[in-house]
Ligand binder design. Structure first.
Ligand code: SF4
Length: 430
């Protein structure tokens, strides 16, 4: 059976970033992750000698009509369509169009977060929805006659590999993504997962809802080997390590850093974790291993709000948290690591006084980059519904000012360096 995996195209200026928010997905104005999940699904199919290809219509910049024309040139016998919760509306449109263009072809919707809206994808015209992590289960599903149309559970496909919610028990079982089949260069970087899940349970967090409340690590040696493979095989400009909490297990993170140093790894890479997971000696090692940026969720600079959203346990903890963050940012910058700091806007009950406290705190913290982000109540997120869009716009204003000032400062500090490099480049003959 000839299978095509489809990363559907953008239907408007909002880009469907299906990998965003730990694969819950989001509509984006610019930033896109390469379709990591589909690349692993494809690698699993290849491992099992199943005839499969991928059409990354989003990465190729195809329109919906061009995507369908492309598929018609060599019609697949089965279509696997990548979908996500945050991109539901365009995904429904694409599935409706595929159903019309290929009325007899099974269309299987897949994606890490589809368990929250499988019925809507079936209504749109999907013949099946694979509920649960798809990386291993999709190959199992298509390697025998398809069941009757409807939802199919990853756990029923491979009960030893998935828990009751369909989450993969061990990411160590996954093959490396089939990046060579994807126009990954168009995304500007490659991605890697060293682990999934997080042992914490911040009340606003979508990551734990989609990846699970326990961090499952791959073997550090495998992670190092994959990083080196990415560098040698593909030579990306940078690598984004997408673990929700990369440095939560300090010994493991240290082992990866030391392994990369031993391999003289030189591709810039980035990772994310809670601020408390970093410390000066770990940051120093990460810097030597090529880590150029850490992402940290500050979330709020107001102690009461930090407690209310479940980031910290109590007021005392909030003070320690905000104090320690200063040390982490200072240490990271000392070792040449950029800090991307995030806060959330539009949290339930959030006041302008809390926003102003956060703005003042971030000004003092001086991360390299600052990103105020609207809070989105993803399914089953404990904190529940956030504030309306108009309120978010008002609340965002003071934070946007801080964002702009920090960006201006960054540009000013780096302008002499850019001028130096430009001079150097111009001095080199063609
Ligand atoms: S530490 Fe990060 S990933 Fe873990 S629950 Fe909190 S916000 Fe989510």
């Amino acid at each position: 059976m000839k299978i095509t995996l489809l990363n559907p195209p953008a239907l408007s200026e909002s880009l469907p970033n299906r990998e965003g928010t730990a694969s819950f997905g989001a509509l984006s104005t610019g930033f896109l992750y390469p379709p990591h999940t589909l690349a692993v699904v494809l690698a699993t199919l290849q491992q099992q000698s199943i005839d499969a290809t991928m059409l990354d219509a989003l990465g190729e910049g195809l329109s919906l009509n061009e995507t369908i024309d492309h598929l018609r040139q060599d019609p697949p016998e089965l279509l696997g369509v990548y979908t996500s919760w945050g991109t539901l509306t365009p995904d429904q449109t694409v599935i409706r169009s595929l159903r019309t263009a290929f009325p007899q072809t099974p269309v299987i919707a897949l994606g890490t977060g589809v368990r929250y809206h499988a019925d809507l994808l079936l209504k749109a015209g999907a013949s099946h929805v694979l509920v649960g992590d798809p990386e291993l289960a999709f190959a199992k599903l298509v390697s025998s006659p398809l069941p009757d149309p409807g939802s199919v559970k990853s756990q029923d496909m491979l009960p030893d590999d998935h828990n009751f919610a369909g989450l993969l028990r061990s990411p160590a079982k996954l093959p490396r993504p089939a990046w060579d089949e994807i126009p990954w260069q168009r995304y500007g970087f490659l991605t890697l997962f060293g682990s999934r899940g997080c042992d914490d349970n911040c009340a606003y967090c979508a990551y734990v809802r989609v990846q699970g409340r326990s961090q499952r690590l791959r073997n550090a040696e495998d992670v190092i080997a994959e990083m080196v493979w990415l560098e040698q095989q593909f030579g990306p400009k940078r690598i984004l390590v997408r673990d929700p909490v990369f440095a939560a297990q300090r010994t493991w993170a240290l082992q990866i850093a030391e392994g990369l140093i031993a391999h003289r790894f030189h591709t810039p890479w980035e990772c994310e974790s809670r601020p408390e997971h970093f410390d000066p000696s770990l940051l120093k090692k990460l810097a030597r291993a090529g880590c150029t940026t850490i992402k940290i969720g500050v979330e709020s600079g107001d102690p009461d709000e930090l407690v209310r959203i479940g980031r910290v346990e109590d007021h005392r903890h909030a003070k320690t948290y905000l104090g320690y963050l200063r040390e982490v940012v200072h240490a990271a910058k000392t070792y040449g690591i950029n800090v991307r700091a995030y806060v959330m806007v539009g949290l339930p009950g959030q006041t302008m006084a809390e926003i102003n406290a956060t703005a003042a705190y971030i000004r003092e913290l001086r991360p390299t980059f600052f990103h105020p982000r609207p809070y989105i109540a993803y399914p089953r997120v404990i904190l529940g519904e956030g504030q309306p869009e108009t309120t978010i716009e008002t609340l965002q204003r003071p934070l946007r000012e801080v964002e702009r000032d920090l960006a201006t400062e960054y540009a000013r500090q780096h302008a002499p360096l850019r001028r130096y490099w430009r001079k150097l480049l111009l001095a080199i003959p063609d």
